[in-house]
Design a protein around this ligand. Sequence first.
Ligand SMILES: C[S@@+](CC[C@H](N)C(=O)[O-])C[C@H]1O[C@@H](n2cnc3c(N)ncnc32)[C@H](O)[C@@H]1O
Length: 247
Amino acid sequence: MPITRTLSPYERNQLNKWAPKIDLSSIGEKPIEYVTGHAEFADQDFIVTKDTLIPRIESVQIISIALQFIDNHSLSHPVIADIGTGSGCLGISLAVKLSKTNTPYSIFLSDISPQALKVADLNAQRILHSPENIFFLQSNLLENYPQIKFDLILANLPYIPSQNISKLHSSVKDFEPKIALDGGLKGNLYINALLSKLPLFLSKGGHAIFEIDDTHSFDSFTIPQNITATIKNDTFDKPRFLICSYL
Ligand SMILES: C[S@@+](CC[C@H](N)C(=O)[O-])C[C@H]1O[C@@H](n2cnc3c(N)ncnc32)[C@H](O)[C@@H]1O
């Protein structure tokens, strides 16, 4: 199938770097990240495969919200979970930033998909070298987690309402893993399931940062008692993050 789109400067650079000899007419709508096996996120190079979502620019903001929280609360050794880690982009990028300020941390990276978790492990080895303070867990949400209280939970879970999946661009719906996209009827299935567990797994004063669909509002979510929540817009001014605190 011939290529039907114009490549951006980023895409051209990535192709030149990782797949200079590729025949462009063979790739169709396939995202360049799946052609090269690489995606840039928060200034790091992440391996991606057909089992992992391509990290999105919007999600970088989760890292800055998390760092702000750690700073505001002067956390000397934050304990963090990245649930639905995929390529590991959120937890690993946060680890990179914390290392730069010599802040010790413990970060759990978990996913229901063992294939995605292998990619996250590979990325942690490549980017963080010998990460002793990064733990990997195959888990449906928090099911297989030990009874730990986290200072911070990051969760970019599948959040697209099921009926909207078929309307997505071919580069997404035909290539990205469905398990990373489909958030059930209203897109809030996994977010609500995780929200209900926050009082058990967040330490007092702890935060949880969820990425959400831009069709979501407060009414989409069931916020448990003792949890306060705000919605923050992304850099494109769309509602994108549900930020919860445990009082
Ligand atoms: C939207 S992707 C996000 C990947 C990555 N965190 C990012 O920001 O690019 C959602 C991830 O959640 C995982 N996932 C789906 N259902 C899950 C569940 N019930 N428990 C844990 N992870 C799940 C998928 O395998 C996928 O890797």
